[in-house]
Design a protein around this ligand. Structure first.
Ligand code: ME8
Length: 511
């Protein structure tokens, strides 16, 4: 069994989970489900990032301990993920003992490799972004006068303090070589180019400890320093793989899914740290785009955070999952709007998918008492449907390898449309009238078998809906999670005499 390790970012606990966090996590879940079904030994990790000044300040503002704030928000994530059908294998908290052990070991490894030195830090710091800026960077961005962060435009603070540094600059050429030698290391292409430009511009050593707050993991042997949040956070991917013990069973990760906001940390700092520590680099980092909601940027002050809970009161998890991955090519920015969701659902799910399932099962019950009958020889029109189904299986797998979810769904939907055309063109009602039972049985068989295989490919995206559809097709209570493509993915597995369940609406129209 081939191992497949997929991760999401670990989310900050100073904010409530919203649709942006759900997006990355759903995408990772779809990959995990797809590769499990394909026979992979999948390890799917998500979790939370609990340390840092932001959390310390947020807790202080509420008059509670940092860990109390963390405990409360962690629960929100833990309870949210099952309601979105997230099937993570591990959930990491950076306050756990296993993580402290891993981060301490990581630091010691970097130190031993001579990649860390002590110096003085004098710069500008954006607390919300947890990013340091040089005066030059502020000037270049036209932010010097305002002293605000070039990214988020909030006020930056000047800092001068003793700090440990990581020799990031030493890894510039090695990183460039790696990116050039591994064209798939960073996706999509536009982000890869962005990283190349950034690294070519020069890498300056990175301040990797702070003395101005205490909510974090102390530097081994110099406990007044706290390890920089990004070393702490990024190491989570190793912690869950068992670091500092032997990690070869899981590591390196097959793909780190992230938003474009944290590309530099993952595609520059993280690989350089791993090179310094003598550890293999992740195989791929994919940075997706940014969601706005009804045209507006999501923010705490607008209370958009609530929308995910509200959304789940109105729409089921599968519809949200489908919409997010179908609406926008993975990698590009998108806007979440209720009208777009409704339209996508009504057109593709209620009309096309729901209709194909419903009419196929209805005809099978009307003309053959719900049972598949012996079929005649295949005509060109039948072979073309089978070919489309088989091409879909290959195309979906290829799309998953590139995290092109929208493409996978487009390929599936194309076969759904093909199926509906096949119904029109073969007109089973006319075959029935003419008494051509052999041809009728052939057409119905091809429809039901296509549906079964469509549902299998769609199941990582819509696990609940697909279980419902499969239950009708198989006339048995089958959870899609129990299926493997090796056992169920071939054409022609349904046999003569198989009785399907009665059709029941899976995608009622939205008004
Ligand atoms: O950055 N659109 O945590 P975070 C799309 N703790 N994706 C979005 C989004 C939006 N509007 N808003 C958030 C951190 N995301 C660090 C990560 S990893 C070692 C440490 C998603 O809570 C997206 O995946 O700010 C983004 O990268 C992530 O949430 C940021 O989460």
């Amino acid at each position: 069994m081939q191992s497949y390790y997929v991760t999401t970012p670990i989310y900050y606990v100073n904010d409530e989970p919203h649709i942006g966090h759900a997006y990355t996590t759903i995408a990772a879940d779809v990959l995990a489900r797809h590769y499990r079904m394909s026979g992979g030994d999948v390890f799917f990790l998500t979790g939370v990032d609990e340390h840092g000044q932001k959390v310390e300040q947020a807790a202080e503002a509420r008059g509670i301990q940092s860990i109390e704030l963390a405990d409360a928000v962690v629960e929100r994530y833990r309870s949210l993920w099952p309601s979105l059908e997230i099937s993570n294998d591990d959930f990491i908290r950076t306050t756990e003992a296993r993580h402290k052990k891993a981060v301490t070991a990581m630091w010691q490894r970097l130190d031993k490799a001579g990649a860390i030195y002590k110096g003085f830090y004098e710069d500008w710091y954006c607390v919300p972004c947890e990013t340091y800026w040089t005066g030059t960077q502020l000037k270049d961005a036209g932010r010097w006068e305002d002293k605000v962060c070039p990214d988020c435009t909030r006020a930056v603070e000047q800092v001068k303090e003793e700090s440990y540094f990581f020799r990031l600059g030493d890894y510039q050429q090695k990183l460039l070589d790696h990116i050039h030698a591994h064209p798939d290391f960073i996706g999509p292409e536009s982000r890869r180019n962005e990283v190349l430009r950034f690294v070519e511009g020069g890498l300056r050593d990175l301040s990797v400890s702070r003395t101005t707050f205490s909510w974090g993991i102390p530097v081994p042997g110099d406990e007044k320093h706290v390890i920089y949040v990004w070393i702490d956070a990024l190491t989570n991917y190793l912690t869950a793989a068992g670091f500092p013990d032997d990690v070869s069973a899981q590591w390196p990760a097959d793909v780190h899914l992230i938003g474009k906001d944290i590309l530099r940390f993952h595609a520059v700092y993280w690989p350089c740290m791993l090179m310094a520590a003598g550890l293999p680099l992740p195989k791929r980092i994919f940075a997706h785009g940014w969601w706005t909601v009804e045209g507006a940027k999501m923010s705490k002050s607008k209370g958009n955070a609530l929308q995910l809970d509200k959304l789940l009161e109105t729409y089921d998890a599968d519809t949200i999952r489908y919409f997010l991955l179908r609406e926008v090519p993975f990698g590009q920015d998108g806007d979440f709007s209720f009208s777009a969701l409704k339209q996508r659902y009504n057109t593709e799910l209620a009309n096309d998918m729901g209709n194909l399932l419903n009419r196929s099962l209805s005809m099978l019950h009307k003309y053959q008492d719900g049972a598949l009958a012996a079929i005649g020889s295949e005509q060109e029109i039948d072979r073309s449907l089978v070919a489309a189904v088989e091409a879909m299986q290959r195309d979906v797998d290829a799309a998953m390898q590139r995290q092109a979810f929208h493409e996978a769904l487009e390929k599936i939907h194309a076969v759904v449309r093909h199926g509906n055309r096949y119904v029109e063109e073969n007109a089973p009602w006319a075959l029935f009238k003419q008494g051509d039972h052999l041809r009728l049985a052939t057409v119905l068989y091809h429809l039901i078998e296509s549906l079964r295989l469509i549902v299998l490919q769609l199941s990582p995206f819509m696990p609940k809906k697909c279980s419902l559809m499969l239950a009708q097709i198989m006339n048995a209570d089958i959870r899609v999670e129990s299926l493997s493509l090796a056992d169920s993915g071939g054409w022609g597995l349904l046999s003569e005499g198989h009785v399907c369940g009665k059709p029941a609406p899976v995608f009622p129209r939205m008004d």
